[in-house]
Write a protein that binds this ligand. Structure first.
Ligand SMILES: Cc1ncc(COP(=O)(O)O)c(C=O)c1O
Length: 398
């Protein structure tokens, strides 16, 4: 067979650690907290079918034709209204680009900003697919320490001083993937201030902010941005359905123009049927009530997780207690090899994602991510019992 000369961008064989983990965890015997999927039982299937029908009735020929790279105007208007209402993020139509999932925002911003060797500041740990994307453009990562309140601003300022040419700072301030941590308002103000002071672009990724089941809403970093240093991105994946692949970015017009050119060469435009379907869905449904239903279910599941961990985990184990989102983060002291613990857990028919791939630099040993949004209530306790039994063996606690 011909030897294909892949570019340097292509990941080496055997480096898809998470793919391997999800595959191993897919056995039906296993109770898996490893994935990151929304609860499908709450997908508004009937309502979305009606919305898609209405979209065909209203815009049949238009939606079957090629469309504008920036996205359907009615959807961009809806997004503007939505981000103003939910996050106090303001802008004009020219500030919004519809993307094929918010994952595409990561890709377009990476492509637009990062040359090989450019420094990208990231939270430690952070969303692993963002690491993969920025790495593919040659980004050099500098990790910024976190505490229970998300990224530490003193650590960020040190990193900015030490890396004056850094191009991009990536943050997930609400119910972060993987830790579930949320940044309080004072830090967000400070972050916007530091972005201005050190003249760095902040990419604020907020897929989970609306899925809040406790505590009070915290406004977006972007709402404190006075001079266009913050790009705000979000998605319909967690509030409606990830399968529609619709996300967006709100950024200065000059930036959106460049991202639009890059989007055009990537996929011309996002799917028109999905875009008009979402517009019609919003017209005919109480979306806030739907999102509340999702939040309530995830809140209930998270609570069962906390109760199960209290009951079954060794006393030395620490975990986060998120007020929203889909994930929590566990730290087991005295563990050197988290993947070895994962393998032990698999033998006991329970799974998680080891923390290692979420770190740009040296991983924190003994840390891992648990997903609860996709876990039926009746499985949670048994899953945590299995996990706790294995962890007790690992840390030597009876
Ligand atoms: C932090 C974060 N950003 C972006 C995405 C991408 O989501 P989507 O492309 O479905 O909008 C995800 C998906 O899980 C995520 O966790």
């Amino acid at each position: 067979m011909m030897m294909v000369q892949f570019s340097k961008r292509v990941p080496a064989d055997g480096t898809d650690a998470v793919g391997a983990i999800l595959k191993a965890a897919a056995d039906p015997k296993i109770i898996s907290f490893a994935g990151g999927l929304p609860a499908p039982e709450l997908f508004p299937v009937k309502e979305m079918k009606a919305a898609v029908d209405a979209a065909f009735d209203e815009h049949g020929r238009e939606l079957m034709q090629y469309g504008a790279a920036k996205g359907v105007t009615a959807l961009r208007e809806l997004i503007l209204k939505h981000v103003k209402e939910k996050e106090n993020v303001t802008g004009e139509l020219d500030n919004v680009l519809v993307t094929t999932g918010s994952e595409q925002v990561l890709d377009l911003v990476g492509k637009a900003l990062i040359d090989p060797g450019d420094v990208v500041l990231v939270e430690q740990p952070t969303y692993l697919c963002a690491l993969d994307v920025f790495k593919s453009y040659g980004g050099r990562f500098v990790s910024v320490a976190m505490d229970e309140d998300g990224m530490r601003m003193d650590a960020l300022e040190d990193a900015l001083k030490a890396n004056p040419t850094a191009k991009l700072l990536y943050t997930v301030p609400n119910f972060q993937n993987p830790t579930g941590r949320t940044m309080p308002v004072e830090r967000r103000k400070k972050l916007a201030e530091l972005a201005s002071k050190y003249d760095i672009t902040v990419l604020e990724d907020n897929p989970y902010g609306e899925i809040r089941f406790a505590g009070k809403h915290v406004p977006a970093v972007k709402s404190f941005d006075k001079d266009g240093h913050v790009f705000y991105m979000s998605t319909f994946s967690k509030t409606l359905a990830p399968g529609f692949r619709l996300g967006w970015v709100v950024a200065p017009k000059e930036v959106v123009d460049k991202l639009t050119v890059l989007k055009q060469s990537a996929d011309l435009h996002s799917d028109n049927l999905a875009q008009y379907g979402v517009v019609e869905f919003f017209k005919h449904n109480d979306v806030d009530a739907h999102v509340k239903e999702i939040s309530d279910l995830y809140g209930k599941r998270k609570q069962l997780m906390i109760e199960g961990m209290k009951k079954y985990f060794p006393s030395s184990v620490k975990y986060t207690n998120p007020e929203g989102g889909m994930f929590l983060w566990v730290e087991v002291p005295g563990v050197d090899d988290t993947v070895a613990v994962f393998k032990e857990c698999l033998k006991n028919n329970v799974a998680f994602v080891p923390g290692d791939p979420f770190f740009a630099g040296k991983p924190q040993p003994g840390a891992f991510r648990l997903n609860y949004s996709n876990m039926k209530e009746d499985k949670i306790e048994e899953g945590l019992k299995r996990l706790g039994d294995t962890l007790k063996k690992v840390v030597g606690e009876k």
